[in-house]
Design a protein around this ligand. Structure first.
Ligand code: G3P
Ligand code: CA
Length: 356
């Protein structure tokens, strides 16, 4: 049995190999030698999402990258939250009941508590809670909401402690919406990344977005790799909705569209059911050609989101999340967003052992 320490060393060596391979080939053009493990919202299967505790655990579990989703405060500070409505992930309703508001975000009417109505000082009085009822709530009320700069400081500290390179995979959330509030995310993000040395095509960073236009804008602002995220097939990027462009995410998977995306981005982050679709009985169809098509266009492929719980697993996997990872690794994806980086790393060890 390997000890926790030897497993940690093996994971560290693997991460260095993965990222070393990326740097050597100029990340903008490359695919890693082994699939990257991206700690989705940290290790949010184990800790409340988007807290420093969640990110640190993901790193300790061997994740190569950690993924902060980013929204802005009233005073323009980037903080890590999946949504600007923080009702479900903090104790905001108890502390600021009078701030409840109704807003329309990307065309959807939402009632909640919104980051753009709070200063950073106010946000810092809140405590995070687990979002999902069926996950562990024993750490509710223990952690604050981190800023992007605090996430980067954690990464630098963990790099110094472990000798590993740990990547950052920030997502601009609702970019059209925040621009409409005069709180655009892009300049703030690039300024912080560049200030911290993340300014090259091979920096260990991917900036991701579900919108196209802000990625094109970012391309003019920074050299770091960019990733276009794909939502469900019938939906449209919200910047397309705002501009009257009828193309759906499904349309944007066509080889010609992938070639266009490759002009400004280095990768795609598709919902995993866009690569292996579901039959009416919930079993899985044979994998389609999206991974091969994206690779042919020069794009790396990082599908989301991999989760251990049976409720998220197709019947094909018989309740075993490792089988799901292995299917996607064998399909040739370049990384996975996982709520459980420990499982993604364990599956990668099985995959690499079988391959070599
Ligand atoms: O960014 C990849 C994945 O996180 C996209 O989905 O909704 O969890 O941000 P979401
Ligand atoms: Ca995300």
């Amino acid at each position: 049995m390997p000890t926790a320490f030897s497993r940690c060393l093996a994971a560290a060596a693997l991460a260095l190999t993965v990222l070393g391979g990326l740097a050597a080939d100029a990340l903008a053009q490359t695919r890693p030698t082994a699939p990257l493990v991206i700690g989705h919202r940290g290790a949010c299967g184990h800790r409340p999402e988007h807290t420093l505790a969640s990110y640190e655990l993901a790193i300790d579990m061997g994740a190569d990258f950690i993924e902060p989703d980013l929204v802005a405060t009233k005073d323009g500070v980037l903080i890590a939250r999946h949504e600007n409505d923080i009702s479900g992930t903090t104790d905001v309703a108890a502390k600021f009941p009078e701030r409840k508001a109704k807003k329309t975000i990307d065309g959807a009417a939402i009632e909640g508590f919104f980051t753009e109505d709070f200063t950073l000082a106010e946000i810092k009085t809140l405590l995070a809670r687990e979002r999902l009822d069926f996950r562990d709530h024993s750490r509710d009320g223990q952690f604050t909401v981190p800023t992007l700069e605090e996430v980067i400081a954690l990464v630098k500290r963990k790099e110094a402690e472990t000798g590993r390179i740990i990547g950052i995979y920030p997502e601009t959330k609702h970019p059209t919406y925040f621009r409409s509030l005069n709180l655009p995310l892009e300049g703030r993000l690039v300024e912080i990344l560049h200030k911290n040395g993340y300014d090259k095509a091979d920096s260990p960073v991917f900036i991701q977005s579900f919108e196209i236009q802000n990625l094109k804008d970012l391309r003019q602002m920074t050299k770091v790799p960019l990733v276009f995220l794909y939502d469900e097939p019938d939906l449209r990027p919200y910047d397309f909705v705002a501009a009257g462009d009828a193309r759906t995410y499904a349309d944007l998977l066509a080889p010609g569209e992938l070639a266009e995306i490759a002009r400004f981005a280095q990768g795609i982050g598709p919902w995993k059911r866009l690569l292996i679709t579901e039959n009416p009985d919930k079993t899985l169809a044979a994998p389609n050609t999206v991974v091969a098509d994206a690779h042919a266009a020069g794009l790396t492929v990082h599908p989301y989101t991999f989760r251990n719980e049976a409720r998220y697993l197709a019947p094909d996997y018989a309740g075993d999340p490792i089988k799901e990872y292995l299917q996607f690794y064998e399909l040739g994806v370049d990384g996975v967003f996982s709520d459980f980086p420990d499982a993604a790393v364990a599956a990668r060890e099985v995959f690499l052992k079988a391959r070599n």
